[in-house]
Design a protein around this ligand. Structure first.
Ligand code: NAI
Length: 455
């Protein structure tokens, strides 16, 4: 009997298995497709490989103001896609090594929970039974594909794509229509618009980028409009037909021509075929119900990552699994979500942590906001000819602690963890002002904004 069976080998699963293995548990991990899950194989990592090629290309063609002249630069999309494959392969084999290092037994099969056995649970995979005292369920999420007429039919023909297929398209589509202006839509729109597609984003809300700070998402939209992306906001998709997407905007029907359609309207927890009912694990509309320690309603059964429907970010999944494994080991640990950074890896990057102004208002928090252009950072000016960006900080008016940091501009993704630390540690403005930032770095913009506040 194993001490722990982990179902799913994405960030939540492999990290949980690794931590448990290193803590001395006998662990078996099941993965039906590829170690690394969606994040590593068809999400976070390969999309960054594509976006980095777009960034290099854009730097090259806009090199003249920096004294760099490169003629005839072009994107070789096939080479970009091939490199993405290489990056994924390297990292997937890295996860395999990590599992070996933690003495985790990996079974590359689909696992189903089959019920209880004395002292634990029974799991079946490829006709074989396995038993463990504990379960950690990390089966992730799948793309939402609603019943819009023609959508699913055209997914079957390859005209409609999800995050999986868009990363390995052999050709750049002339007209790419993206349904959903959230993170996946924006990141993929960013790559394909640079690679040569005319991109149209159809979004049902009146803004892109979901709960991102209102001012920052407007800057991002304008930036991408300048580069030729068309945004149809407040638009309802009514159907998908050969070579077009049908939608309705301001009560008027529209037809948007398409060579390919990306459906990126969110993801949902993947908990239907796990056999949860065999042991009575509670689920709700969002996914498996867990407490702040990753425990489900069944003793010794834990769940972490997208499957719990809380946040659906890989870095959150890592931490949720650490909390779950610590709880198994009897170490006190709980999940906190208020200082959970998130990033949109467009060019410019958007990074945020904590509350937006909209959220602070809604929560009735009396806050003070200060902001500065990124051009207050010497490093930003030296490296970003003609470009701008923004850093915005929210402080609780009474307690003087930092409650939100929002940035748009280069390096934002690499800076935001520091801001998360400030929020997590409930740093007050006065204390945060004493932090020494390396100079010259774009991160100094945070210090500059902090000094706009009174103590
Ligand atoms: P999302 O939830 O970020 O965005 C979906 C968008 O589609 C929303 O703006 C929504 O209003 C819109 N929408 C929904 N139904 C629609 C309809 N019928 N017509 C038009 N618009 C519609 O979901 P997305 O982009 O699919 O990403 C899925 C998950 O993957 C997210 O939870 C995200 O956290 C994660 N992810 C994170 C990334 C990152 O951290 N950089 C990158 C990619 C994905």
């Amino acid at each position: 009997m194993y001490d722990l069976i982990v179902i799913g080998g994405g960030p939540a699963g492999y990290l949980g298995a690794e931590r448990a293995g290193h803590a001395g548990m006998k662990v078996c991990l099941f993965e039906k497709r590829s170690l690394g899950g969606v994040c590593l194989n068809e999400g976070c990592v390969p999309s960054k490989a594509l976006l980095n090629s777009a960034k290099i290309y854009e730097h090259t063609i806009h090199g003249a103001p920096y004294g760099v002249i490169a003629e005839n630069a072009k994107i070789d999309h096939k080479a970009v896609v091939a490199r993405r494959g290489k990056v994924v392969k390297t990292l997937v084999s890295g996860v395999g090594m990590q599992m070996k290092g933690a003495k985790v037994e990996v079974v590359m099969e689909q696992a189903t929970i089959k019920g209880r056995v004395p002292g634990g649970f029974k799991v079946e995979a490829a006709g074989k039974e396995y038993e463990a005292t504990r379960l950690l369920i990390c089966a992730g999420s799948v793309p939402v594909m609603p019943g819009i007429p023609g959508l699913r039919e055209h997914y079957a023909t390859g005209f409609v794509l999800t995050n999986r297929e868009i990363l390995e398209l052999p050709e750049v589509p002339k007209e790419l229509v993206i349904i959903g202006g959230g993170v996946i839509g924006l990141e993929m729109g960013a790559y394909y618009s640079v690679a040569g597609s005319h991109v149209t984003v159809i979004e049902m809300l009146d803004h892109i980028a979901g709960p991102t700070d209102g001012e920052i998402r407007t800057i991002l939209q304008k930036e991408y409009e300048k580069r030729g992306i068309t945004f149809l906001l407040g638009a309802k998709v009514t159907g998908v037909a050969d070579g077009k997407v049908l939608c309705e905007k301001d009560g008027k029907p529209m037809e948007v021509p398409a060579d390919k359609v990306l459906c990126s309207i969110g993801r949902r927890a993947n908990f239907q075929e796990l056999g949860l009912e065999s042991i009575g694990v509670e689920t709700n509309r969002m996914g498996i119900v867990t407490d702040a320690c990753g425990r489900t309603n069944i003793e010794n059964v834990y769940a972490s990552g997208d499957i719990n429907g809380h946040v659906m970010l890989a870095h959150t999944a890592y931490r949720e699994s650490e909390v779950a494994v610590n709880t198994m080991l009897g170490k006190k640990d709980t999940m906190r979500y208020h200082a959970n950074p998130s990033v949109i890896y467009t060019q410019p990057e958007v990074a945020m942590v904590g509350l937006t102004e909209e959220q602070a208002k809604e929560a009735g928090i009396d806050y003070e906001m200060k902001k500065l252009s990124m051009r207050y950072s010497g490093r930003f000016v030296a490296e970003n000819e003609g470009a701008d960006g923004l850093c915005k900080i929210l402080v609780d008016k009474k307690h003087r602690n930092i409650i939100g940091v929002h940035m748009i501009g280069g390096y934002a993704s690499e800076i935001i963890w520091g801001a998360a630390q400030m929020i997590e540690n409930e740093l007050r403005v006065k204390d945060a002002k004493e932090i020494i930032f390396p100079h010259p770095t774009v991160s100094e913009i945070i210090r500059e904004v902090l000094w706009q506040f009174d103590d």
